[in-house]
Design a protein around this ligand. Structure first.
Ligand code: 5GP
Length: 125
């Protein structure tokens, strides 16, 4: 179920969850949805997004629903097995100064091409 926050406009991810705007969705169940990042920073760059918009950041999610955070991580692993051999970098930006631009909690799942590797010292490129 998609819940509405009591303050701001729906984020772009809330609108993707609601199918108000399109996305290249690669996985969905009752609680999370995953789709390709519109501006990929690695050969594989997926976003795993809880359907609820209750949590803006990973810290809020960890405090409020640790089981849902665990599901986000398990979904990331499942997607990495399907898309990049099971190994992946998992990134949560928290706060503007850390690069967060969408305040609907989401995990970046970054992976390399087959036989390749992600660089150290940058997010994905
Ligand atoms: P953040 O910077 O908040 O950690 O991550 C937000 C991510 O969402 C960025 O990597 C950005 O490219 C991606 N993004 C922003 N708007 C859209 C959109 O409309 N569709 C998709 N698929 N990704 C988006």
């Amino acid at each position: 179920m998609v819940t509405m926050s009591d303050s701001a406009e729906p984020t772009v991810f809330t609108r993707i969850v609601a199918r108000e705007i399109p996305a290249d969705i690669v996985f969905e169940n009752d609680t999370v949805v995953a789709f390709r990042d519109i501006k990929p920073q690695a050969p594989v760059h997926l976003l795993v997004v809880p359907k609820t918009e209750r949590y803006r950041t990973v810290s809020e999610l960890a405090a409020g629903d640790p089981a849902l955070l665990a599901e986000v991580v398990a979904t990331a692993k499942q997607l990495a097995v399907q898309h990049c051999g099971g190994e992946f970098r998992l990134v949560f930006n928290e706060g503007e100064s850390a690069g967060q631009t969408v305040f609907h909690v989401h995990a970046h799942v970054l992976g390399a091409d087959p036989g390749g590797a992600l660089p150290e010292g940058s997010l994905g490129q």
